[in-house]
Design a protein around this ligand. Sequence first.
Ligand SMILES: [Ca+2]
Length: 387
Amino acid sequence: MRLIGLGLAAALLAGCSADTERDEAERNDAGSSTSVPAQVADDARPFEIEEVATFDDPWAMTFLPGSGDLLVTERSGTLYLRDADSGDSVEVDGVPDVAVAGQGGLGDIVTGPTFEDDGTVYLSWVEADGGVSGAVVGRARLETEAGSASLQGLEVVWRQPKVSGNGHFSHRLAVAPDGEHLFVSSGDRQKKSPAQDTSTTLGKIVRLTLDGEPAPGNPLADEGGDAADIWSWGHRNVLGLEHAADGTLWASEMGPEGGDELNLVEAGSNYGWPEASNGSDYGGGEIPDHTDGDGFVAPTASWTPSISPGSLMIYTGDLFADWTGDAFLGALSGEGLVHVDLDGTTAGDDEIFEMGERIRAVEQGPDGAIWLLEDAGSGRLLRLTPA
Ligand SMILES: [Ca+2]
């Protein structure tokens, strides 16, 4: 394990190519140790960028099977449907009231496995009750007519415990390739210790049935209560949750000061927060790094200083033929797109394409193009295609 000194980190961020090469060499020797992604010069990017549209503080997007139309959430509580043919976006009616504060608001949206038959979508948002709040997951049917769209039959299927504060909701959604399970990331709500407490779903990834019930076969099913929802624990703030083509589940996790993580998520595994992290507490309090034999699962890749991964996509297309099977993370403070070479469950080199803005979301389009959403009041929707 190795932490990069601030001097080297600053030099890397300033774009010193010699230091970047040195870091590459060290990382290759050091396996999963924490690192800085290699910077790719703008003129060496293998893609060109098309500006498609803008949204107001967009948070998530998902392409619809069949049509290729795009749903985009805005954190303030608006959902848009963008028509793939015309490029026009319409506001979707029937979105629930959301509590907008801090990191909270309208969150993720994904299509259910039966979407093409019945329009089922799952979405997440923050619900407040007096002085406490928590994420919820709802299910509805997306209905479209010429020029309009709405959510029908909305029902809440899962609730995160409500506590004080407005951070670390996580509330990222992923429907399993088996078509039978819904995974939800549930952040530690900045309370830290609940992540190691298996009687609460804070600081966890949960696995639910499509109706939001604890999925049969979950690792702590015998404990009952909220424990029966839990798939994995020791998580801080998982803002990226995505299955690879082979069915493995990956998560990107915001570390504290440093120690951002890419994790292979497996049933019953403990990812260490807040007992182990390659980062440190804000203000300098040390947290033991991940080490062999500490009882926690170490990240497949981690980054210090922070890149702040706000999203994760595992590329399954062939438009970018060299990237099939690789991981892409939208970096908020890193203001770029991070590419991690994945070979099965092993991470190789990683690199960052600087975009000049905080990147909130990354998705793969129907044709294999890579789409990004900027995290800004007038955040651009960008389409990346081979140069
Ligand atoms: Ca540490």
